[in-house]
Ligand binder design. Sequence first.
Ligand code: C2E
Ligand code: CA
Ligand code: CA
Length: 850
Amino acid sequence: MVEVDSACRAEPPIDPAAIRAAVARAVAGLDTGLPLSTVLSRARIGLLHRDRRHRVLAVNDRFCELVGRRAAELTGLSIEAFLHPEDLPRVLATYDDHRARSTPFEVEARFVRPDGSALWCDINVSFVCDAAGTAMSTITIAQDISARRAAEERLRESEEHYRHTVELNPQITWTAGPDGLVETVSSRWKAVTGGAAGDAMGTRWLSALHPEDRAPTMSAWRASVATGKAIDLEYRLRSPDGDYRWFRSRATARRDESGATIRWYGTLEDIHDRKLTERALRDSERRFRLAAHAAGLGIWDYDATSGQRQWSDELKAMLGLPLDAAASVPVALDLVVPEDRHRLQALIAAVDAGDGSHRFDTILRIHRADTGEERWIRTGGWRIEAPSGKLSRVLVTTRDVTEERTAEERIRFAAHHDALTGLPNRAKFGERLEAAIAQARAAGGEVTLVLLDVDDLKETNDTIGHDAGDVVLRTLGERLHRALGAGCTLARLGGDEFAAVIASHGDAPAVIDRVRTALHAVREPLSHEGRILDCQATAGGSLFPTHGETAAELLKAADIALYAAKAQYRGGLLMFEPPMRADLQRRSSMLSIARDVIRDDRILPYYQPKVALDTGRVCGFEALLRWQHPTFGPQAPATICAAFEDFELALGLSERMLGAIVGDMRRWLDAGLDFGRIAFNLSPAEFRRDDLTDRILGRLERAGVPFDRLELEVTETVFVGRGAECVATMLETFSRAGVHIALDDFGTGYASLTHLKAFPVHTIKIDRSFISHIDRDAGDAAIVDAVVALGHRLGMIVVAEGIETEDQARYLLGQGCDVGQGFWFGHSVPRDEVAAMLHRRHPIPRAALA
Ligand code: C2E
Ligand code: CA
Ligand code: CA
């Protein structure tokens, strides 16, 4: 409350009656001497005693001071002269009224000084009367009350201000007695609740509360009243329209010196809108947390104003922390792997410094606190700023992306690697080759490119199964990788193709040696589900910059070399040489001719007689393949010999030949022609199929041709290498069925003589190359002698091929060779000429007759 100004208290209130009595005594006793006026002056009270004509009888200094004039000037001046014009009518009316009855009066009015200033004074006027009661003189005493007036003015102003403050305040103010019963309430109560102020008095205000809020509010208020402690609570108040709005109620007690409550002063503040916003925020936060939970997101919430950090349970679970773990930066940093720690530090620093963008996103690796397992955590966040621009909150979401990442990595790896062997794939290899070439070009080095082709993979797949093929590929990949060693990129280009690229500086020959050694090292057979699989590859290589300037040129050259190696050097490496190009062309044209003649059924067997050297009788024929050229007529097999090495084409050619031969034999048998035995050449490639025996024996059987009418010519190469045991089994089957087996081109291959014992061989055919020099080359003659003797010792028939002269025939007969074959006896002839050939008597070497 506003207090009365202290200046007011400085001038003690005068007791006018006492003064008047003193004055009257003085006047009556004619004691108008100075002592009284001096006393009054000291008391700062002005005194003026004038007679009826306004002549001054007595005046003190204070009065002169109050009216701002000297004592002499006061004589003759009427009261109008020194009263404020606004106050004059009131004062004059009072004066006239009291003078008539000579009763004293008192007014408050302003003296106006000659300088224009005005001064509020309390003015007492008394009349001194004669015995008849007529007023003879006037005694005026005045006291300055300007200070009090000013204080009163201020007080009024303050009260007005207070009233405005309270009444216009949006808050409802109220007061209650020490007992807690409401005594006053501001007029806003009515506006807010629609009820009269009286409805708030005592405890009636409670009925305006929401029913749910009444009991808790009442008990809280009672507790406050009992303890005198301030209260601050929220409840709903009914609005005039019947809805409830949220209010905040606060009250404090005013106490006396002993601490006892004098009054309660309280306010009611409408917080409804804030409350709704808060609830909406809470709801949206709850929704956010639910969504985060559902999405498996962890939350790191940092309140910059309070400095508080909160980690959601999901985040703790993600980090492998117990749920009661405290959120702290050092704990988080400790879990991040050392290599990624700087990233989290940088993020935190950026947030602290308030720079960086409002959104951030990064991926960190952590080691889980519980298992130590490494996990990938994606961290994304927002900085939220207060309207002032100051950082208020940082919200970070975290997600464990380990599985996604490994899947991504797998996809990335798969895009560049072969699934079966784990080696780089063609795409990746292309990149490496280009890079190696670029590097060699810049540094003046060399690059060796090697293309490798797995031998007989297709046959393994077709005959044993794809599982076996996969095992071969995987094993070969591993072995090559190990054998080629570091500094080499090995890739699987697809199918049965591998490739290697090796950079070198001037030591390409050493690199090539290394590849050759590796090829040799991987060749060890492989056991898979009880079967032995061949694990072998043939390779062709090219060299940068010698064989090509670009990757494409190098690949082409290596491919040509590989083709050549496949034809002549299986299991080894051939480096590119320019003539290989022509060779390749020739060979591929052979294959294409073979394809055509098979398709067009232009294959026909020619028959070359075999003659018993001692009798000159034809004991059989060798069927030799010819194909019909539309213009040039029958062509020799040399024109398509590459096709015999091709798995598919060899089979196609064989089927056509065999069909024709069996048909011919059937017809000759029907014609009663004794053609002896027909020899048929088998390509090594044909042994790679399991159904070889069924195919041939089945055909003979269906045609009703006795098995012993057929002889199969095989070369020594089928006895070595892959599937030798299979070959043995097949030959056994043939042999048991009565089919004769002849070992063709004997002496040219790599077979050892032990093969003659290991395989069921009935006939040895000494190769033409030994026969042609037999009369000139003692070495060849010696070999022929030995073979004849050996064959006989083993109970075999010995055939000499390529006999072109009588001398040769004579020599062989002399050595005891059984059968001769060659131009001297006769060229191969078409089927129609076989009968004539049989009937013809062949010459017997003359010397032998002698
Ligand atoms: P080969 O099995 O050694 O056949 C003998 C080859 O020597 C035949 O050549 C034949 O015409 C030739 N020849 C016979 N007597 C003489 C002679 O006195 N002097 C000379 N210089 N050559 C003689 P051809 O018919 O050109 O056959 C060449 C090769 O083609 C055969 O050698 C054989 O390996 C292969 N071949 C022929 N027909 C077939 C077949 O039906 N299947 C398979 N897989 N290979 C066949
Ligand atoms: Ca032959
Ligand atoms: Ca031969």
